[in-house]
Design a protein around this ligand. Structure first.
Ligand code: FE
Length: 332
């Protein structure tokens, strides 16, 4: 009788242990539904863990997580740009997650050193040029676009956008504040027009002849040439003989007050897996963060490149300095 009781206790406790990984997880995401739903569906199919999600603007979701505090339903927060991920981390939104799987799947420069967030897809911010107006031999680095030869020929996105802030943060990281300031000054001098609101506008301005070169995230280029393959527009990989192309990430972290932290960690690990990473590339013409995954045919057609290995937490750490520097140099 006693034996039976002990046995049934053991069985009950092992069932509790299995149930400790919850069968559902809730995600707040600033990535749009069509970019995340196929991933979540595949995860549920693989693991049986259901994913509920809510999408919105990144900044608003961070505020919401702060307001909800311990009562939040979110187990994971997902957004784009290391600057935003770092800011969420600085606001206490995430908990530290360090696992062997994440360390094996995602290179260190694409992860927060403390383990608050991890990159899940990579986008490069590089030079785009009009093939009828520019000889690619004249292109080299971000700093080169500050030289007088580009006067009146450059289009840039507004300094208000996080992508610009992160790129300038990387210039400060590599060159120091003074040289980075000279580069930004040179860019401002070379502008053909007031900075554009969107990367797509930068490319349209180049195509309309307003300017000859600009800086864009690769997937915007991909979206445009997918619709119009014969445009006289090409990507040029910046800084190949120096620091490498400035890359950024979309990524995620487990929230500080997650009710289902194990399931959320499982989702994070799954998103870093070769299977999920291949889906990422197909959905938004981004590069896998997991370097063992083959590139999609679309992005591999743009050629291989060396990426900047700066740890992306620097994009957050140097963000305020970057904003001040751009203000000082008149980059609007
Ligand atoms: Fe974007």
């Amino acid at each position: 009788m006693i034996k039976i009781l002990i046995f049934s206790l053991l069985v009950t406790s092992s069932i509790t242990a299995i149930a400790a990984i919850s069968d559902s997880v809730t995600v707040y995401s600033s990535r749009k539904e069509h970019l995340i739903k196929p991933l979540f569906d595949a995860f549920t199919k693989d693991t049986g863990i259901k994913v509920s999600y809510l999408t919105g603007k990144g900044g608003a979701l961070i505020e919401r997580l702060k307001l909800e505090g311990k009562n939040t339903k979110a187990d994971m927060f997902m957004t784009v740009d290391a600057g935003n991920l770092w800011y969420a981390g600085s606001q206490g939104v995430f908990q530290k997650v360090k696992t062997k799987t994440l360390e094996n799947n995602i290179p260190a420069h694409l992860r927060d050193p403390e383990g608050l967030w991890t990159g899940l897809s990579v986008r490069a911010r590089t030079i785009v040029y009009n093939t009828k107006q520019v000889n690619p031999k004249d292109l080299s680095t971000y700093a080169n676009l500050a030289l007088p030869q580009w006067e009146g020929r450059l289009c840039l996105r507004t300094s208000k956008k996080i992508y610009t802030k992160s790129l300038v943060a990387s210039l400060i990281y590599h060159h120091g504040e003074s040289k980075a300031g000279d580069i930004v000054s040179g860019w401002v001098n070379n502008l053909a027009a007031t900075p554009n609101a969107k990367d797509s506008h930068v490319m349209n301005a180049i195509l309309s002849g307003q300017c000859d070169v600009g800086l864009v995230n690769t997937y915007y280029y991909g979206r445009l040439v997918e619709k119009k393959p014969n445009l006289p527009l090409k990507l040029f990989w910046a800084n190949q003989n120096t620091t490498g192309v400035h890359v950024n990430i979309s990524g995620a972290g487990v929230t500080k007050y997650a009710k289902n932290p194990k399931a959320a960690t499982r989702l994070l690990e799954w998103l870093s897996s070769t299977k999920a990473q291949a889906i990422y590339g197909a959905l938004n013409q981004e590069y896998p963060a997991n370097q063992s995954v083959a590139l999609s045919s679309v992005v591999s057609a743009w050629g291989a490149f060396k990426q900047d290995k700066m740890n992306l937490s620097q994009a957050g750490i140097l963000q305020a300095t970057a904003v001040k520097l751009m203000q000082k140099k008149g980059y609007r």
